[in-house]
Design a protein around this ligand. Structure first.
Ligand SMILES: [Zn+2]
Length: 297
């Protein structure tokens, strides 16, 4: 395939993946990725049985799949870059050749984090920015600007800090959203709204705090309005899972969103994930509720 044609097709596939993930609540299902069609042609976006997808007609890799290890990625290093091991076999042919082509051409790739069987969080575009034959790894970055850093191995601290910040925004946050939205069976814990595209994962302890890790027990699936209300301390959740609305709001008189969307939530019990391990930690809820209490009293 001519490279311009391949680039155009790649851009359309990436756009479709982003749109579909947004509509689903941040992730795609295995069947959607395997059953993808474009221009009357079936073109699976992931491979049936391998963690890399190299369509025959493509010169450069289309997607790679990584298995997360807890909230973090198995390929992630503390410099905020991903270290992707060479595929088995000849380092100069097959999959490895197509990954190297992506490095040379600067083609954007899709990284899928497989959160659990059938559930894939896309992180795209990502770029192959380095090749370390001595370690048999490719370096993958979330931003093509890393192409222009002369030595990835000795990145200056400001770039390292930038890479870590990007990893938080583009890798950890989307994966956190998927895990939380799936754990809560795609509904708002406060109001039961079931449109995944309108759901977020709220941190109980904010991620600016040391304890604010992106684990499911520090999360709540909340619709956009309840997420914002929670972050603004207009809405609180007690350690025994009860919703509280700030006094000032309870006394206000206004339209239906205030009345039905907020005031009537006061005193409700949140909907919990089915799996016990996914439930919000009462200890973390207590930490957060103390801040809410301080502000409303
Ligand atoms: Zn809600």
């Amino acid at each position: 395939m001519e490279s311009q044609v391949e680039n155009a097709l790649r851009a359309r596939i990436i756009a479709w993946v982003q749109e579909r993930a947004e509509a689903n609540g941040g992730f795609l299902l295995r069947d959607e990725l395997l059953g993808f069609w474009i221009d009357d042609q079936k073109l699976p976006i992931i491979d049936y049985s391998r963690g890399i997808r190299n369509p025959t007609s493509f010169e450069a890799t289309l997607s790679i799949v990584s298995a997360p290890n807890g909230p973090y990625d198995d390929t992630e290093s503390d410099d905020g870059l991903l270290h992707y091991a060479y595929r088995k076999g000849d380092p100069w042919s097959g999959d490895n050749r197509k990954l190297r082509n992506a490095l040379v051409s600067g083609s954007p790739l899709i990284l899928f984090r497989k959160e659990q069987p059938n559930i894939y969080t896309p992180v795209t575009p990502v770029y192959v920015v380095g090749d370390r034959p001595e370690e048999r790894t490719f370096i993958i970055a979330l931003d093509e600007s890393f192409n222009f850093i002369p030595s990835i191995t000795r990145m200056p601290e400001p770039q390292r800090e930038y890479a870590r910040r990007l990893a938080k925004q583009r890798l950890h946050q989307p994966a956190f959203r998927t895990r939380v939205v799936v754990a809560y069976d795609k509904q708002c814990a406060v109001c039961e709204l079931k449109h995944a595209s309108l759901l977020d994962a709220a941190h109980i302890v904010p991620d600016s705090e040391e304890r604010g890790v992106p684990t499911v027990d520090n999360g709540l699936a909340l619709c956009k309005i309840h997420h914002a209300a929670y972050d603004q301390n207009m809405l609180g959740v007690t350690p025994d899972f009860e919703v509280r609305i700030a006094h000032q709001l309870l006394e206000e008189v206004d339209g239906p969103m205030l009345k039905h969307g907020l005031q009537e939530m006061h005193g409700r019990t949140i909907t919990l994930p089915r799996r016990r391990a996914d439930r919000p930690s009462p200890e973390l809820l207590a930490w957060r509720y103390e801040r809410f209490g301080e502000l409303v009293s």
